[in-house]
Ligand binder design. Structure first.
Ligand SMILES: CCCCCCCCCCCCCC(=O)SCCNC(=O)CCNC(=O)[C@H](O)C(C)(C)COP(=O)(O)OP(=O)(O)OC[C@H]1O[C@@H](n2cnc3c(N)ncnc32)[C@H](O)[C@@H]1OP(=O)(O)O
Length: 176
């Protein structure tokens, strides 16, 4: 499903994750308020979305290659942002509008690991929405190291409830 053109990475306006509501901005992968998180940032790029992240040495599987769980996280958070942006646009908004971007939760995450992913280079995840429902989006994302396609994901995202469900008692949240 084509997405309307928006400010691409060359523009570097706000990332989708910069516009999530504060209560929903704590995710380890992409929450701007999580001090220990990866702080993934996803931008529109024409009909697609793009996230670039360079794994750190501790993200290794074996020396020289990236841990598969990190690859799944990149595809997961990137795809949630892609779905959130599609739902936001469907409701007539553009990234940069004052209204926060709605938050999605992962209902299903499938990753195909096509080739070993090298450490020491930036990874690029590109995604697009292939199905958009009232509360649901299906997103396909591909992860590249340079020009090499290393992993592909298909993710089902469902719109989160408007208010945060409280976490376990004692869960600590520190503003970032
Ligand atoms: C940690 C999250 C807790 C929530 C706290 C607040 C939000 C936090 C925000 C931050 C999060 C940070 C991000 C994270 O880290 S999210 C962390 C990992 N994800 C979760 O913990 C989510 C747990 N699951 C759920 O809460 C519910 O099952 C959800 C909300 C996902 C759906 O249950 P709900 O009763 O609401 O919806 P529905 O049953 O009417 O389904 C709706 C549509 O979705 C389709 N579908 C559903 N499941 C699947 C599936 N497995 N495969 C394929 N499709 C599936 C279904 O067919 C239907 O499609 P359609 O018929 O319309 O075409």
């Amino acid at each position: 499903m084509p997405m309307e053109p928006d400010a691409g990475p060359a523009h570097r306006g706000p990332a989708v994750q910069d516009r999530y509501p504060d209560d929903f901005a704590w995710c380890y992968g992409c929450g701007r308020h999580n001090p220990a998180g990866l702080h993934l940032k996803t931008y529109p790029d024409g009909d697609e979305t793009v996230t670039v992240f360079e794994p750190r040495p501790e993200h290794m599987a074996v020396p020289g290659f990236v841990y598969g769980g990190l690859i799944a996280s990149l595809i997961d958070c990137h795809s949630m942002a892609t779905a959130s942006l599609a739902l936001y646009r469907r409701d007539g908004h553009r990234l940069g509008d004052p209204e926060p971007v709605p938050r999605c939760v992962t209902a299903s995450l499938k990753v195909d690991y096509l080739r070993p992913t090298p450490l020491g280079v930036p990874l690029t995840v590109r995604g697009r929405v292939v199905e958009l429902g009232q509360r649901k989006a299906v997103v396909e994302s591909e992860l590249y190291a340079g020009e090499t396609l290393c992993a592909r994901g298909q993710v089902v995202a469902v719109l989160a409830p408007p208010a945060m469900t409280p976490g376990p008692a004692g869960a600590e949240r520190r503003p970032g």
